[in-house]
Design a protein around this ligand. Structure first.
Ligand code: PMV
Length: 364
């Protein structure tokens, strides 16, 4: 059954036309990357997810974007220039133009200005870490700052909600890159305030065990993905396991909601690893089928499982849509687990590269 775009989307249409008096300006915003615990894989029209998802917002991996805007006289087309890490980057333009087309309804001022968008990531360009989530979130935050200049009455809460709403239209998982901590995106009847339109902070008390949770990202393959997530989402449309998968994700959301409150790390590991392998299992059982893991991805997983069995330490992993491995572990065991990562796992990374990250709870 197809979900219908909720009416509340109209809530985000900017009716203000005062932009006629704003000539130019500069805005800057920073947005974090995130790693999903329960994964989003499969979508409806208008970037509505087939199932809810939940993620850790990261600290070390982020995108910083500056947008310079200037009034233009012609208002029939979008005018953008994109710079990535100081250099003109025309290959990013089509994605941003598509994004502008999708959000114009909610930001009627977009065709009235020319935009120079300068963006940089804290993580290396070719690291296999998707920058679309943090990139679209940072751009959306910039656009909301421009909207705030036009309409100074906008409340902070509305700004963040609409930034997440816009970011979602650029890249679904970007909706979870606006807020720190743990973020839920997608409507779930048992999670209060959850919405298909934007991400919300996990609305329950988080157990101490999950504060400062570590995520060491092992860069197994820094190349471009062979199959994009856009194609992966589409392949869920005729996927033989689609309906059971969406049901499973909904059940896992309930399980993780309880786990994050009661601090049960053993159950956490079970859900998170199962979600990672399910995501890749769905890729392998799509038609056409594909594999994004590499031999080193599996080497690392096997070593994590052996180390966990031998030491009883709560190390676990998750995967994004790629070969890199996110090694997850609680603050209290960070020393022993980090030692193991360095001595046994980084040899499986490209050029021994890895990034030490953790869930961020700092308020902006
Ligand atoms: O945001 P997209 O369209 O690139 O999809 C990302 C999907 C996963 O990263 C694989 C899972 C998720 O929930 O982040």
């Amino acid at each position: 059954m197809s979900k219908i775009l909720p009416l509340e989307a109209n809530h985000f249409i900017s009716k203000n036309t005062v932009f006629k008096t704003l000539n130019q300006g500069v805005v800057t915003a920073k947005a974090p990357s995130n790693i999903a615990l329960v994964k989003y894989w499969g979508k409806e029209k208008n970037q509505i997810p087939k199932n809810p998802s939940i993620s850790f917002t990261l600290s070390a991996c982020f995108t910083q974007t500056t947008v310079k805007f200037k009034k233009k006289s012609e208002i029939n087309t979008f005018a953008i220039e994109v710079f990535f890490e100081g250099k003109k980057h025309d290959s990013f333009k089509p994605k941003i133009l598509t994004f502008f087309e999708r959000i114009e309804k909610y930001m009627p001022f977009l065709k009235h200005y020319s935009f120079s968008i300068e963006t940089r990531n804290s993580f290396p360009h070719s690291s296999g870490i998707a920058s679309s989530a943090s990139g679209m979130a940072a751009l959306s935050l910039c656009l909301m700052q421009i909207e705030k200049k036009i309409n100074t009455n906008l409340a902070d809460d509305y700004i963040l909600k609409k930034a997440s709403f816009l970011a979602r239209l650029g890249s679904g998982s970007a909706s979870r890159s606006i807020k720190n901590g743990i973020v839920v995106w997608g409507k779930h009847p048992k999670i209060k305030g959850s919405s298909d339109l934007f991400g919300i902070p996990f609305p329950y008390t988080i157990h101490e065990n999950f504060k400062n949770y570590h995520d060491t990202i092992l860069l197994v393959d820094k190349g471009e993905k062979t199959v994009s997530s856009t194609v992966g989402h589409q392949l869920m449309e005729n996927h033989p396991f689609a309906n059971v998968r969406f049901e499973q994700a909904n059940n896992n959301m309930i399980a993780i909601k309880n786990i994050l409150q009661n601090g049960d790390i053993k159950q956490f590991i079970n859900i998170v690893e199962s979600e990672a392998l399910t995501l890749h299992g769905l890729m392998m059982s799509s038609n056409p089928y594909f594999i994004l893991m590499k031999p080193n991805t599996l080497e690392i997983i096997q070593k994590i499982w052996k180390f966990r069995k031998d030491t009883n330490l709560p190390i676990s992993f998750t995967l994004d849509a790629g070969a890199n491995v996110h090694v997850l572990y609680p603050e209290k065991d960070r020393i022993a687990i980090h030692k193991f990562i360095v001595s046994d796992l980084i040899e499986h990374c490209q050029n021994n590269h890895y990034i030490r990250d953790r869930v961020s709870f700092d308020e902006k």
